[in-house]
Design a protein around this ligand. Structure first.
Ligand code: BG6
Length: 489
């Protein structure tokens, strides 16, 4: 059983807390993984009592779990909830918060502060936590959970890091990339390093290229305030997709401790060939969804979404080609792609193998030999598929593609999200699935030339119909004509 702690949520009435953190805390409660003494303290601008917040959370979870809510689990969770009205920009509200944390209510002194607020508030919160002695210098531990994107570019990320580290040492900062909490993403490591059979093939001698693709059917919904001006490259590629790339490409670490693992990921990021300004257009592509349809339903274009400026050139689609200049991967292209309002919601790592060295079947009826693919579907369902060539039954010598699917492919999608695992990791003090600052820094270094050029080229952006698979122009990234995007399994 873990130590008792107070989980303090800044932004407790916001989008992240509502859709991710509170459902995750419900799952943790259901799994019996919270210490009986642990408490959850929401901090927010509403003038709510504890009971007001409990009523609100009860309604939210009722809606979220529609009919699947366990009354006993909910009762236990609500019993842990407290609410502290306050504004993150008002020092006096932090003084009251600190008094309450030290008061007679019995809130455990171990403090997990979750910054589920706009990044612009991070520094003010951290300074106030420190000013009120809530940064773990005495009493229990104090850990800070910071959401992505960490900074807006290379420079702002390092300024932010310096500001946070004035008050919190690296071992008390947990930079979240929630993809690292997904069990399918963690499975990349297990798949690679708990099996020997693929290791000899896992390099430039056998692999033609790698695609890492995250597609969403959803648009930006009510997140214009965050998303406009940020865009798909910062929102998805800088963090989630580059992390998946690092896991696919890294060398085996000496052990699984947090530093060893992160050292190997950093080595991959450092080995990525820098993108020169002249090659930005050959290696990066952006676009924005225009009006479109999904079946009979008309879908608005990005520029018509509530809160988006009509002239916005924020990209909702981004694709990137990268090369890793090391012995294992030299000259193997890694294609990364993400987009909102695409044809289907799916995340996939697709690895295409090279042709056999000899064209043995040239003189037969086989016209064109298809490639072998290894597909790791990350979500919505976990699936591993190997596509291999076999002979078609019959007298002719023809081939067909046989799909070897893992038995997990038929399981329904997992309901447990990534946040459950990550919150528990913070309580246990485990940094393995959190970003060290040098990972963030290298990720920004890779993207910085692209972002800088895009920032000045603001008078035009390609568009694609909402509900489609994105613009054909993105295919210009491919090194060869026989390469194309895999949209799903
Ligand atoms: C978030 C992005 O980090 O990840 C969102 O800000 C995106 O724009 C989301 O929709 C995707 O996460 P998931 O877990 O739904 O694949």
């Amino acid at each position: 059983m873990m130590e008792p702690c107070t989980i303090l949520i800044f932004g407790s009435t916001g989008n992240l807390a509502t859709y991710k953190l509170l459902p995750a805390l419900y799952h943790i409660e259901a799994a019996g993984r919270l210490h009986p003494g642990s408490r959850i303290l929401g901090f927010g601008r509403r003038d709510w009592s504890d009971d007001d917040w409990r009523a609100r959370v009860s309604a939210l979870l009722g809606e979220h779990f529609a009919g699947r809510l366990d009354a006993e689990v909910l009762r236990r969770l609500l019993g842990r909830l407290h609410f502290a009205p306050g504004d993150v920009e008002r020092p006096e509200d932090f003084r009251r918060l600190a008094e309450r944390l030290r008061g007679a209510e019995g809130l455990p002194p171990n403090l997990l502060s979750y910054l589920a607020v706009a990044p612009g508030h991070y520094v003010a919160i951290v300074e106030q936590l420190a000013a009120n002695g809530l940064h773990g210098e005495d009493g229990g531990w104090s850990r800070l959970v910071v959401e992505k994107p960490f900074g807006f570019d290379l420079e702002s990320a390092s300024i932010l890091d310096r500001q946070l580290r004035q008050h919190f040492s690296e071992d008390r900062i947990y930079r979240i990339d929630h993809y690292l909490g997904k069990s399918t993403v963690q499975n990349i490591l297990v798949f690679r390093f708990a099996n020997l059979i693929l290791e000899p093939l896992w390099n430039r001698n056998y692999i033609d290229h790698v695609q890492i693709s995250h597609a969403e059917a959803r648009g930006i919904e009510e997140r214009a305030g965050f998303y406009d001006g940020v865009g798909a490259m910062r929102d998805m590629i800088q963090s989630h997709l580059l992390q998946m790339l690092a896991l696919v490409a890294m060398e085996p670490p000496p052990n699984l401790d947090a530093e060893a693992l992160r050292d190997e990921k950093v080595k991959v990021l450092r080995s990525i060939r820098p993108i020169a300004r002249e090659t930005v257009h050959a290696q990066a592509f952006r676009a924005q969804y225009g009006p479109g349809r999904s079946g009979e339903t008309k879908l608005a274009g990005y520029a018509e979404e509530p809160g988006v400026g009509h002239n916005s050139t924020t990209e909702t689609y981004a694709a990137l080609k990268l090369y890793i200049d090391n012995w294992r991967w030299r000259n193997v292209p890694f294609y990364l792609r993400t987009g909102k309002r695409l044809g289907q919601t799916n995340s996939l790592i697709a690895i295409r193998f090279k042709h056999p060295p000899q064209r043995l079947f040239q003189s037969t009826a086989i016209e064109k030999l298809q490639r072998n693919w290894l597909l790791l579907n990350i979500q919505p369902n976990e699936c591993m598929r190997l596509e291999i060539q076999v002979k078609q039954p019959g007298l002719e010598m023809r081939t067909q593609t046989e799909c070897l699917d893992a038995s997990s492919c038929n399981l329904p999608p997992e309901h447990i999200d990534a946040y459950e695992a990550l919150i528990l990791d913070v309580i246990e003090g485990d940094h393995t699935h959190f970003l060290r600052f040098d990972e963030v820094d290298w990720a920004w270094r890779i993207l910085d030339p692209v972002l800088k050029l895009w920032a000045i080229e603001r008078d035009f952006i390609h568009t694609y119909p909402a509900g489609s698979w994105g613009p054909l122009e993105a295919n210009r990234l491919f090194d060869r004509e026989d390469q194309e995007w895999r949209n799903g399994l």
